[in-house]
Every structure is written in C-alpha cells, then in structure tokens.
Design a protein around this ligand. Structure first.
Ligand SMILES: Cc1cc2nc3c(=O)[nH]c(=O)nc-3n(C[C@H](O)[C@H](O)[C@H](O)COP(=O)(O)OP(=O)(O)OC[C@H]3O[C@@H](n4cnc5c(N)ncnc54)[C@H](O)[C@@H]3O)c2cc1C
Length: 316
C-alpha cells in the first residue's frame, strides 16, 4: 500500500509515524500513514490519496490545539509545513496554510503592516489559526482574512475560493471547523500600513510574550487553553465581575471549583492558569480525557455551566 501511494501520488508517504513529537502536548500514538506537504498542489494530491483509497485523514498544523489518542490515528495524517508567503505593497499577503503563524505576523510587521500584533505569540500555523479563528484580547485573526483558497473534498475535490463572508468567522469558529471537508490551502490577508514603527510593534509582541510566560505554564507541554471561554449572558449575572470582552474566562470556573493543581496520572490542571492542562509526567491521552471529564462535571454541577473543549480530539 505504501509503495502504491508513493508511486501514484508522487509524495513521500511514511507508515507508522509517531505523532507525539508533532504536538505541543507531546502526547499521542502513531499515524498509520503520514505525509508532509509544503504547497497547495501537494496538499490536494495528499487529500485525493486519502479519498481515493478510503483512508480517514487528519490535517495537522503546528499541533498546538489537539489531543491525539494513545492509539494514534488509523488513517492518513497530512502535516502542513512552511511554504511560501507573498506580500504586496497594497497590503495583501497570500500564504500557504503551513506557514508558522507567529513568523507570518513578524514578517507582516517587517513589511510595514500592523494590526496582527495581538496574535504574535499564538503557536501554530496559518491554516490552524484561520480554521479556529485564533485570537486574544477580544480579537480574532479572521478579521484580517480577505479570501481563502480551500480544497473542497466534500464536493468538487478541487480548489474553491471563499470570501471573508463565506468563512463565517465567529469566536473560535469558522466554516472550516463546521465543514470538515473544506481544507484551508492558502489564505489571502488584507493588511493595513501600521502607524507605529516596526520596533514598537515587535517590542509590544515581546512584552506580550513575557506576560504570557508570567501567567501561563509554558515550561510544560500543553495544548494551550483546554476550554473555550464562556459567553456572558444575563443568566451568569452572579459572575459579572469575572466578565471580560463579553466572556467569562473558563479558568475562573475551574479555579473556583477547586481544581487548580488536580492531577490524574501525568496530566495536571496548572497551578498558574487553571484553563491549561499540562503534561507534567509522561501523561497519556487517557489521563487528559479523565481530567477534562472531571472538570466539566464539577463546573456543571457547581455553576450550571457546560464547558466546551477548545482543543480538538484526534483518533478517539
Ligand atoms: C502555549 C499555547 C498558547 C496558546 N495561546 C492561544 C491564544 O492565545 N489564542 C488562541 O486562539 N489559541 C491559542 N493556542 C491554541 C493554538 O495555538 C491555536 O488554536 C492555533 O491556531 C492552532 O494552530 P495549529 O496549526 O497548531 O493547529 P493544530 O493544533 O495542528 O490543529 C488544530 C485543528 O485545526 C485543523 N487544521 C489545521 N490546519 C488546517 C488546515 N489547513 N485546514 C483545515 N483544518 C486545519 C486540525 O485538523 C485540527 O482540527 C495556544 C496553544 C498553546 C500550546
């Protein structure tokens, strides 16, 4: 099968590739098949290989928002890596989805464009950021997306152009999350010249990075925030003091439920930031799942709030 795949699709497929190292959690078993792609044509060939050979597929970016099962993934993992990013003087930039997000933000600043600096320390790729409308401080990267070139594996098996409106960006949401057959291949951004100097913007990112280091348990492997923040409604008025940017941080509920420091196996609720589950000692995916279930149950029982995972499960 492996040799057939390599020959037919002209791509260097691998078999039984361990996946933990490709994730920021450092958790997860192997992929049955694995391929790294660096441009949109390789991506399309890899996706066709999955479809034509009835293989389940999973798109892997920076692996910074996922929990892979201990049994791994029984199909084809397609990892997007690097690729090109073109900047134009009118503020448009077209990037392959595999580009590193933080590097893209710094490159945009280098070209004189601002606005994205709020996201300069978010790990992962351009494709992962757009798919999840990654963000911080009430802003999302989707606001800067003009158009997406996607592979439409559910219908045409070909590239389709989606306008900003077609992407349906919302808090940590987009059409790519809801329609799994739509794969982000290339993103066209619309950026504006910055009034601040490049040095000022880069220093602001550096300072934000340091503030993250102070608040987040970055010396341990994790997948960032485990749960989405909770949209503030009148029903939550008892917790109005916790509201920020129209949401209540999930960490508030987790901490108030007394779960900071709770550990199951090698997975622990961070003492520094209660929405981070950290891998303190060779955690398994099963440890993390048990901890997530406990958190959801306690927060629901004590506050009537149903927490929703921000991390994506793979291979369960
Ligand atoms: C320390 C830390 C801090 C973080 N801080 C933030 C933060 O401030 N704000 C925030 O929003 N997030 C944050 N995150 C989460 C994470 O960095 C973002 O969600 C990021 O955008 C995920 O990108 P990725 O490339 O790593 O995606 P992955 O983790 O590889 O994948 C995530 C999901 O996206 C899908 N996907 C990936 N690429 C594509 C594609 N091209 N087309 C379609 N689907 C695709 C995958 O299949 C998967 O379902 C943090 C994570 C860590 C570890």
């Amino acid at each position: 099968m492996l040799d057939d795949l390599k020959q037919k699709y002209n791509l260097e497929f691998k078999a039984d590739e361990p996946l933990a190292a490709y994730t920021t959690f450092k958790i997860g078993g192997p992929a049955k098949y694995f391929i790294e792609v660096k441009d949109k044509d390789e991506l399309k060939r890899a996706l066709l290989a999955a479809k034509e050979n009835s293989l389940a597929y999973f798109m892997l970016g920076g692996g910074s928002n996922i929990l892979i099962s201990d049994d791994g993934f029984d199909g084809l993992v397609i990892r997007l890596i690097s690729g090109t990013c073109r900047f134009e003087t009118d503020g448009s930039a077209v990037c392959f989805a595999g580009n590193n997000w933080a590097k893209f933000v710094r490159d945009a600043i280098g070209q004189g464009f601002g606005g994205l600096d709020f996201s300069g320390n978010i790990p992962g790729t351009v494709g992962g950021a757009v798919r999840g409308n990654a963000g911080a401080y009430g802003q999302g990267v989707g606001d800067f997306v003009a158009e997406v070139l996607a592979v439409d594996l559910a219908a045409s098996d070909d590239f389709v152009h989606l306008s900003h409106a077609d992407c349906h960006f919302d808090y940590r949401e987009s059409v790519f999350k809801r329609q799994t057959g739509l794969i982000v291949a290339e993103v066209a951004f619309k950026l504006t010249p910055s009034e601040k100097s490049k040095e000022e913007l880069l220093q602001a990112i550096e300072a934000e990075g340091q503030s993250r280091c102070a608040k987040q348990p970055l010396k341990y492997p994790s997948a960032g925030c485990s749960f989405k923040n909770v949209v503030y409604t009148d029903e939550l008025s008892a917790y109005k003091d916790w509201e920020t940017h129209g949401k209540i941080p999930a960490a508030r509920f987790i901490e108030a439920a007394g779960l900071k420091g709770k550990q199951i196996g090698g997975a622990k609720v961070s003492d520094e930031h209660a929405n981070f589950i950290i891998n303190v000692d060779h955690a398994t995916a099963s440890d993390v799942i048990q901890l997530i279930s406990l958190i959801k149950m306690k927060v629901r029982d004590q506050y009537g709030v149903q927490l929703e995972e921000e991390i994506q499960y793979v291979g369960f």
